[in-house]
Design a protein around this ligand. Sequence first.
Ligand code: AKG
Ligand code: FE2
Length: 198
Amino acid sequence: MLPREPNLAPFDGELYWLSPFYAKEQADAYFQRLSEQLDWQQEELFIYGRRLKVPRLMAWYGDEDAHYRYSGVDHQPQAWTNDLLALKADMDAICGQIFNSVLANLYRDGQDSMGCHADNEKELGLHPIIASLSFGDSRLLRFRHNKTRQKLDVELAHGDLLLMAGNLQQHWRHELPKTRKPKQPRINLTFRHIILSH
Ligand SMILES: O=C(O)CCC(=O)C(=O)O
Ligand SMILES: [Fe+2]
């Protein structure tokens, strides 16, 4: 069950934007506590033998068995916090599925970013629903269609919820570009359902 919002994707996938989903006071409280309570780490990547710092802070939470590979590294989730469980309950209800993990990203300023990618890892399945919550300063999320190169910009603000579904990840990539505009910190949470293989 997805919300009765217009689908922003013109073709090849589903994209729903609920702006805002949490009212300001509640979003303020979540932003404050998530900033202080999550175990934010700066990851390192090795590319062609060079060590690079990922330009943002990250943390991975979820059920004990919900392992996930990103940036080429297997990540063991940390145990859910009370706030993440409360947010997960809202996401489970609106999406009609049970999420078992969340990737948290903290963009400290306009120089923090995320490169172009699709969330198409095989452990997410072919048609994943990904529920993305934003807190803090607004940032541009840019989608681009793999074949037509069509561009779709969404300015994600404090308390917004963006739902990506259907075959969106197979046909579109997305990125959070750096910006020269002065930016305060932003937290993004992407709730995911990892399909467990036994
Ligand atoms: O920060 C965002 O809004 C995007 C995050 C994202 O694409 C991801 O975590 O896969
Ligand atoms: Fe993503």
